[in-house]
Design a protein around this ligand. Structure first.
Ligand code: UDX
Length: 465
């Protein structure tokens, strides 16, 4: 990073360039959280705010991709072993411990730069998983909003966890997986946003802390929209103490600069250019989920057996015990005569918008789900943990724009699911619904749309009076 340039930008902001409308952002340093918060910063920059991004050194965003923002790195004190070996939940736990003091120091420094201004920053917008930010922001009398990066339906599920424990739905019993959760329609017990954590109380504690963080904020911003989650949004509005701002899909306001932590492989697009329209299955399980070697091989054989062309993202290290592709049968890709292409990371937005893509086999992380909806691409759903299960339920049962991979991750089931969606009549119906939903997603952020209105009301809450 060019520190001088960052200092100059900060000075410009101090000397009035931000017109008193300076916003501080603090993302949780994970891809699925960094992308939407930087997109939100882009939206608010275009509305006249000046943007300062406070961030950890671990998974630091690349400042040169965001020349309009000022970046303030803090010392996260995380060791390489911690960032590479801990589960995402343990890591979130540790960040909450280790970043408290550096974050406070960072705010002290920023506020001292503006000591002669009454209200130098309009607000902090942080990720509620960074729950330590609440007390720190309060001590600076800094208004705090949060960006929750899941869907609203999933967030509602998280808020209900204590009640679900009390009612006996949790911990989940295998014999009750299909039972409806009366308090959270349309979820069944197997759709609840939980995880097979080694230490369940620690997981529940983290969830309770981020819900409290959201409850006590000046507002909760969602990368979602009324037309998509109207029922969850209105329920949450009735039950939740903080205002709710569903202003998504963020990436549709205007093109944002890349916030990818890994370099997207552009051969994805040149390979797609050579395929027939709507013929390709795009396969990616996001930035965190990992699979076993046996599952990896079943996926490879299932894709091969489906006879459909496929573009498959395999992040290095995302198959337990493997570096990358070394377990694939010898000559696997050659035997497919160009029908398959494998990359380490894809330019996903471009891929989903490509005319050759006919389906997305996804883990239903919220960003992937929304990106697929925005491009009208039907989904094959394979949720891995927490909110992904809720998202799958909405995709398959509420919006009906995808099918769930059923009966386990085995080659026959995979090939069968792909053919159901790509070849059979059922797929045709799903495709039509996906295109209808795409239109709704397009309209909502335009003047008169629900997200547009919600954004306007967020901006008036953020603007200093
Ligand atoms: C995590 C959780 O899994 C998710 O449920 C939560 O809502 C956010 O945090 P992640 O697993 O990374 O997210 O999935 P997802 O939310 O889909 O985000 C992945 C992002 O990486 C997407 O924006 C996607 O476009 C991008 N991506 C993924 C790429 O750009 N290239 C790829 O090859 C794969």
């Amino acid at each position: 990073m060019n520190n001088n340039r960052e200092e100059q930008k900060l000075e410009k902001s101090i000397n009035g360039d931000g017109n008193g409308k300076r916003l501080l952002f603090f993302p949780l340093p994970l891809q699925g959280h960094i992308t939407p918060i930087l997109q939100l910063a882009d939206i608010l920059y275009s509305k006249g705010f000046s943007i300062i991004i406070i961030h950890t050194k671990f998974n630091s965003p690349n400042p040169s991709n965001h020349p309009n923002f000022t970046f303030k790195p803090i010392n996260d004190n995380l060791s390489e072993a911690e960032t590479s070996e801990l589960s995402v939940f343990d890591l979130a736990y540790l960040i909450n411990v280790k970043c408290l003091a550096p974050f406070r120091d960072c705010l002290t420094e920023l506020f001292s730069d503006f000591s002669d201004v009454r209200r130098p920053f309009a607000a902090l917008i942080s990720d509620p998983v960074l729950h330590f930010t609440r007390d720190v922001a309060k001590s600076f009398d800094l208004p705090r909003f949060v960006l929750r990066t899941s869907g609203v339906g999933a967030f509602w599920g998280f808020t209900a966890i204590p009640l679900l424990q009390e009612q006996g739905y949790l911990p989940i019993e295998d014999s009750r997986l299909e039972d409806p959760v009366m308090e959270l329609p349309p979820l069944r017990i197997k759709d609840l946003p939980v995880i097979n954590a080694l230490d369940p109380p620690k997981f529940y504690h983290l969830v309770a802390a981020f819900i409290e963080e959201a409850k006590t904020s000046s507002g909760v911003i969602f990368n979602s929209f009324e037309e998509l989650e109207s029922s969850a949004i209105s329920t949450l509005r009735q039950q939740f103490p903080a205002p709710i701002f569903p202003i998504g899909p963020f990436h549709q306001y205007h093109p944002s600069n890349s916030s990818s932590l890994l370099k997207p492989d552009e051969s994805s697009i040149s390979w797609l250019d050579k395929q027939e329209p709507k013929s390709v299955v795009y396969v990616s399980f996001g930035s965190i989920a990992a699979i076993k070697e046996k599952e990896f091989l079943e996926i490879a054989l299932g894709l091969a057996n489906s006879k459909c062309p496929f573009l498959w993202v395999i992040r290095p290290g995302s198959v337990h015990g493997l570096e990358w592709l070394e377990a694939l049968p010898n000559g696997f890709l050659d035997s497919l005569n160009g029908r398959g292409h494998i990359v380490k990371w894809a330019p996903q937005l471009e891929v989903l918008a490509h005319s050759s893509v006919g389906a997305f086999w996804t883990h239903n992380g919220w960003n992937s789900t929304l990106e697929s909806i925005c491009e009208g691409v039907p989904m094959i759903c394979m949720p891995c943990f927490t909110d992904q299960m809720v998202n799958t339920r909405y995709v398959t049962y509420v919006w009906k724009v995808g099918i769930e991979l059923e009966n386990g991750l085995e080659r026959e089931n995979i090939a069968r699911a792909i053919r159901r969606l790509m070849v059979e009549e059922e797929g045709e119906e799903i495709r039509k619904r996906a295109l209808d939903l795409k239109e709704k997603a397009k309209f909502t952020s335009k003047r008169g749309g629900a997200s547009y209105k919600s954004l306007e009301s967020l901006i008036s809450c953020l603007s200093p009076s």
